[in-house]
Design a protein around this ligand. Structure first.
Ligand SMILES: [Zn+2]
Ligand SMILES: [Zn+2]
Length: 140
């Protein structure tokens, strides 16, 4: 289910949609594909609700992590990044520009193979590849 629909569905459930929370949701819809940090989300949410505090942003992100609507991406340097929970995939982290790019198909195949061969159930994955993205690579 796309992120926007999952967030809308919270309204039908018991969750209170305060203006602050809605501002965070709007911000997530705008920039989630960029794998933003909490600070990025905060900066964006201010456009929708200027009085919002960083603590509120963190609390809302915590809730969305608990509900498994968002996944955290822990990078060795810098703040945690966030993305919508979706299919298993690896991340390419660019050491030049800091971009995080989804690498979609191979990890899923690998995890499926591990599950079949060993009889494990893989519930989450965390794979990061480091280097230079195509843009940064060309600049060297
Ligand atoms: Zn780059
Ligand atoms: Zn991703």
């Amino acid at each position: 289910m796309p992120l926007v629909n999952r967030l809308k569905k919270l309204k039908d459930d018991k969750y209170q949609l305060t203006p602050q929370r809605q501002a965070v949701f709007q911000a997530l819809n705008d920039i989630i594909l960029e794998h933003p940090t909490a600070e990025d989300i905060y900066a964006r949410a201010k456009k929708y609700y200027s009085q919002i505090g960083l603590a509120t942003v963190y609390r809302t992100l915590e809730l969305l992590l608990e509900l498994q609507i968002l996944n955290p991406i822990l990078v060795p340097k810098g703040s945690t990044r966030y993305e919508a929970a979706h299919s298993r995939h690896a991340h390419f982290v660019c050491l030049g520009c800091g971009r995080i790019i989804d690498v979609d198909k191979h990890l899923n195949q690998y995890a499926n193979a591990v599950e079949q061969e060993a009889g494990f159930a893989v519930t989450s994955t965390s794979v990061q590849l480091f280097g230079y993205c195509a843009d940064c690579n060309h600049q060297q």
